[in-house]
Design a protein. Structure first.
Length: 197
């Protein structure tokens, strides 16, 4: 038997376990996708549990500050359009993608840079990681926390001010609710008749 003709070795037990866990994880994520309110209620409850843990333990302020900065970046990406209108501002009259500016224009849903599901998933993962960090005393770095709180609020205010100015300048709202929608033909589930040849 030639060594080049041998079949590849079957996957090991560790790889099979990884694939099983990965498939199960994806299955539950797929099941959770349509339940927007339930997902966010779970995330907010988990975030509140993290806040209570940090409050009662009186520590892990650096971890909390890093979590706050990360969640702020996620929120800004959630509010930002996928295709930034500022990129097409200097073009020479090209008809690049744009947001509707009049009520009579065609309805275009707001396409986000960070979709809602990915925002929720990253939000929840970040809180879980921060919660795990609170179990390690090495990450409880002593710091004067009021300075971190003040700096976070200053950063939040400046970032949101810039984002709101961007929304006003390019006249868009990061929500599709309340915008006029046009319905096409309703799908009855019946197939069109087959024409005879």
């Amino acid at each position: 038997m030639n060594p080049g003709d041998s079949a590849p070795a079957p996957p090991g037990a560790a790889y099979k376990l990884y694939k099983t866990i990965s498939n199960r994880h994806q299955y539950y994520l797929d099941k959770a996708t349509p339940h927007v309110i339930a997902r966010w209620v779970f995330a907010v409850i988990f975030g509140a549990a993290y806040s209570f843990r940090v409050f009662f333990l009186q520590g892990w302020y650096i971890v909390t500050y890093a979590l706050g900065i990360y969640l702020l970046n996620l929120f800004i990406a959630f509010l930002t359009p996928k295709i930034d209108p500022a990129a097409y501002e200097d073009s020479d009259g090209d008809d690049g993608p744009g947001l509707p500016t009049k009520n009579s224009e065609e309805f275009r849903p707001f396409m986000r840079r960070l979709p809602e599901f990915k925002f929720w998933y990253s939000f929840t993962k970040a809180i879980i990681i921060a919660m795990i960090c609170t179990f390690f005393d090495a990450l409880n770095i002593p710091v004067f926390w009021p300075i971190l709180v003040m700096y976070f609020f200053i950063l939040f205010t400046l970032t949101m001010k810039r984002q709101i100015k961007h929304m006003i300048k390019y006249r868009y709202l990061p929500f599709s609710y309340g915008k006029a929608r046009y319905k096409g033909k309703e799908d009855t589930g019946k197939l069109p008749p087959v024409s005879e040849v």
